[in-house]
Ligand binder design. Structure first.
Ligand SMILES: Cc1cc2nc3c(=O)[nH]c(=O)nc-3n(C[C@H](O)[C@H](O)[C@H](O)COP(=O)(O)OP(=O)(O)OC[C@H]3O[C@@H](n4cnc5c(N)ncnc54)[C@H](O)[C@@H]3O)c2cc1C
Length: 436
């Protein structure tokens, strides 16, 4: 059987079909108060916040704005600490762990309010997200996490035992689940384009194909070199996440690009989707090389992401691997064809937590580690408020850290080749053994 529908366009994100792209506007100014580098969710949200504080702002992007991760992701929209309280306390101290738990619910509310305020039509649906336990131990951990969330945060979550799981998903693969009731689904490219429109409506220039190739500091100000000229700025905000590279060497040594892959099925019968995923939630697994999957906004397809490779592979290979993993969860989809496969870079920190920081006027927010649809705009705004000395910049994410790791001595994550092999063999084998 061929894997593809007749009109398949491997490499092209499903979200780009029929998108009314906003054209970036404006010439590179000679100077501004804040230069934002990167026009994804982080950079656009940072620009809106700084503009609100009265700053003159310019945004530059190395490529087409949004064609980093912000129009390629799974559109699962939610925020909860990526690590449990104990792990956070061990890495950053109990006070920071408490602060991150306390902030989690507020970040989602903030991002929903941004969508409302800017009138962004991005197919937002409050579907809830279910995290599916791959092993019995993972389910025990989920019960503990639900307890901690109830004690230390406003995040609403409830556990689903294995015997009730068929109300959520038609498979025997999982040992139970944890539902984050308030998490949502969005069309990520529409969200990005809405933020672009909001920035342009305020007269903020967005300059495409304009990479910063050099950044010099002269006293208290910066001069950035780009192929379209030089720009002086009092402050710079780095919003490059999984696409961070030279000349930002300090950051590139601490954030590594981990590719993630997604496929879209051909349209499926409504009763088949209802049968496979009666809960109609965003779905994500707990296994180390986890899959994440959902129903498309129009209810017609399954979008299935994750476990293709930790390094770049061709689209055919990625599609085959994801199709096989999807059929492992839902054997009913064996004959189902694919219309899309695509990839993008997530920006991982070695602590698996994002960070908002600054070094003498160079501000940054990055390291979302695969969960950035809420956290990127939220922390982009926090970083901008901090740059503007606005008290709204207060956040527990200024107390996390971007650390280095001996496995990555330079700016390129060559260690991922070995890690890929390790995860595809030893870790998979061990987790599969425990899942029986
Ligand atoms: C396949 C995939 C699936 C995902 N699924 C989800 C999900 O379901 N839910 C979720 O919460 N998160 C998800 N994420 C993560 C989320 O998409 C990201 O965390 C978020 O989009 C990061 O936004 P950003 O603005 O920081 O970075 P990006 O959108 O990646 O933008 C960075 C920009 O920086 C620019 N840039 C880099 N260097 C320079 C330079 N020198 N000069 C100028 N510009 C530069 C790049 O061109 C790029 O446009 C996913 C990510 C991927 C890749």
């Amino acid at each position: 059987m061929t894997l593809w529908t007749d009109d398949a366009a491997p490499g092209q994100p499903y979200w780009w079909d029929g998108i009314d792209w906003v054209t970036p506007e404006g010439a590179l100014p000679a100077r501004c108060d804040l230069l934002v580098v990167g026009a994804g969710y982080t950079g656009l949200s940072a620009a809106l916040a700084a503009h609100e504080c009265g700053a003159s702002v310019a945004i530059v992007d190395a490529a087409d704005p949004g064609k980093g991760a912000s129009t390629r992701n799974g559109g699962m929209f939610g925020a909860h600490p990526r690590l449990g309280w104990d792990a956070l306390a061990q890495r950053f101290g109990a006070q920071t762990a408490d602060a991150l738990f306390a902030e989690a619910g507020g970040a989602l509310d903030w991002a929903r309010a941004l969508i409302d305020r800017e009138g962004i039509d991005c197919d937002l649906q409050q579907t809830g997200r279910i995290q599916l336990a791959w092993t019995a131990k993972h389910f025990e951990d989920q019960k503990a996490l639900a307890q901690t969330l109830a004690e230390k945060s406003s995040v609403k979550a409830h556990v689903v035992p294995r015997e009730a799981l068929n109300q959520e998903i038609e498979t025997r693969r999982y040992f139970g689940g944890l539902v984050f009731d308030e998490h949502c689904a969005i069309q990520p490219a529409k969200f990005h384009q809405g933020l672009m429109r909001a920035a342009l409506a305020r007269g903020i220039p967005i300059i495409a194909h304009c990479p910063v190739t050099q950044l010099e500091r002269t006293g208290a100000t910066f001069a950035a070199t780009t192929p379209k000229g030089r720009i002086k700025a009092d402050k710079v905000l780095l919003a490059t996440n999984g696409y961070t590279a030279k000349p930002f060497v300090w950051h590139a040594r601490r954030i590594f690009a981990l590719p993630s892959y997604l496929i879209a099925t051909e349209p499926l019968a409504a009763n088949l989707i209802g049968h496979l995923a009666p809960g109609r939630r965003m779905m994500v697994e707990t296994r180390a090389r986890h899959s994440y999957f959902r129903i498309s906004p129009d209810g017609s397809r399954i979008l299935y992401g994750g476990r293709a490779s930790m390094v770049n592979v061709d689209m055919q290979t990625a599609a085959k691997r994801l199709h096989a993993t999807m059929c492992d969860v839902w054997p009913d989809l064996k004959e189902t064809k694919l219309s899309h496969v695509w990839s993008g870079n997530t920006g991982y920190s070695f602590t698996h937590m994002p960070h908002v920081g600054a070094d003498r006027g160079l501000h940054y927010a990055m390291g979302y580690s695969g969960s950035g649809t809420v956290m990127a705009p939220y922390l982009g705004a926090k970083a901008a408020y901090r740059a503007m000395n606005d008290p709204r910049g207060e956040t527990g994410y200024s107390a996390t850290q971007l650390t280095r790791h001996w496995m990555q001595p330079g700016t390129r994550p060559h260690f991922l080749h070995a890690a890929n092999l390790w995860y595809r063999t030893a870790v998979d084998w061990s987790e599969n053994l425990k899942s029986r």
